[in-house]
Ligand binder design. Sequence first.
Ligand code: SAH
Ligand code: SF4
Length: 418
Amino acid sequence: MNVHDSEKIAAKLIEQGYNLTDDINFADLILFNTCSIRQKAEQKFYSELGKVKLIKRKKPQLKIAVAGCIAQQEGRAFKKKRPFVDIILGTQNIDQLDTLLNGGIAIDQKDDVNALELTAERQDKVKAFVNIMFGCNNYCSYCVVPYTRGRERSRSSQSILNEIQELGTAGYKEITLLGQNVNSYKSDCSFPKLLSLIHQIEGIERIRFVTSHPKDLDDDLIDTMSQLQKVCNHIHLPLQSGSNAIIKAMNRIYTYEQFKEKTIKLRKTIPEIAITSDIIAGFPGETDSDHNQTITALKEIQFDGIYAFKYSKRPKTKAATMDGHIDEEIKVNRLKEILEVQELTTGNINKKLEGNIFNVMVEGRSETNKNRWCGRTTSNKIVNFDPLPSLIPFAGMFIDIKIIQGFRHSLDGEIVKP
Ligand code: SAH
Ligand code: SF4
């Protein structure tokens, strides 16, 4: 979400005659698009801001802007404490950036979809993010998003389809629909219907979406995913905890058993689907027994991968004032165990893929070895492979790859000769 917001911010600045630079010392304006989902993200920002303050001391005409969730959260007080910051831009105010370039604050939460329907300066030429909804009404007790991103609101299907149509014409092959909770999309049509309309757009070959909330994952969506060939075989479905007591305290509105049932149904209907998840370690009140239930859940469900985090206390949230906050050391140990169990599972799942052939969309040269190429399967697994003298890949090409070796974080493969 933030990456795409940055693309919209960049477009707005380019409209005003700015260019992007990779060298911070050349910049006339330095804009931070911040995240406040966990304290660690905030800390990183504050340490970068400290460095930029020093640059401004030597170059007083430099403008410094802070956008995103920290800007939204801290608002005017932030600027008062740090007068060297010129511009404060809330999460729903990107459209006003052009009026603030000499300094100012815009943080009013408008809850208006139109303010966020903006052109983006996309960084990739074949993959594109497309917002379908903004904000969140779920109030999970640990989460700051409902406070920083406002009420849940969905874009009209026509506006989404127009944007994707343009992307298809411009040569984009893959789109990722974005929302805090995409499957609660509510507009002039349902989310499954929206997928079927997008499916008809020429040029777009792959459709992904993040994130899905388990409470809104119904049979209609599972069936639609299995019927629409362009919808990728991947779902990110955050479980957060394997203990029903903790899931309830998190205000997530499902039980572990219901969640597990949904993963079984997904795998039965779409056998090649990869299911990934998020887990929080050390939520307030989490006992050893609760933690062990999360470990059992990971072993039972066998996710393809997870993002796991230590619980982080966030301002305004209900969990921040709950009893039973967990010691840092216990959180660290629980997170470590969660990651170890998952690494084994991911390794085993990827090992089982050896010998199979997958259609891969090439994304570019491999990060670790520039002589090799990399792409993704529809199940979102990264595959690295060598080019052939007779077949030089390019980004956006679809190519059959046989998996030679499965690792924990990627797969190694070879091109199947056409
Ligand atoms: N809307 C998405 C999640 C957005 S936040 C959903 O509901 O699934 C992404 C992830 O960050 C969450 O799934 C959660 O695991 C993690 N997260 C959010 N707030 C957190 C906090 N206070 N401490 C630790 N992890 C948190
Ligand atoms: Fe946060 Fe829950 Fe909303 Fe996700 S669904 S953004 S975790 S409040």
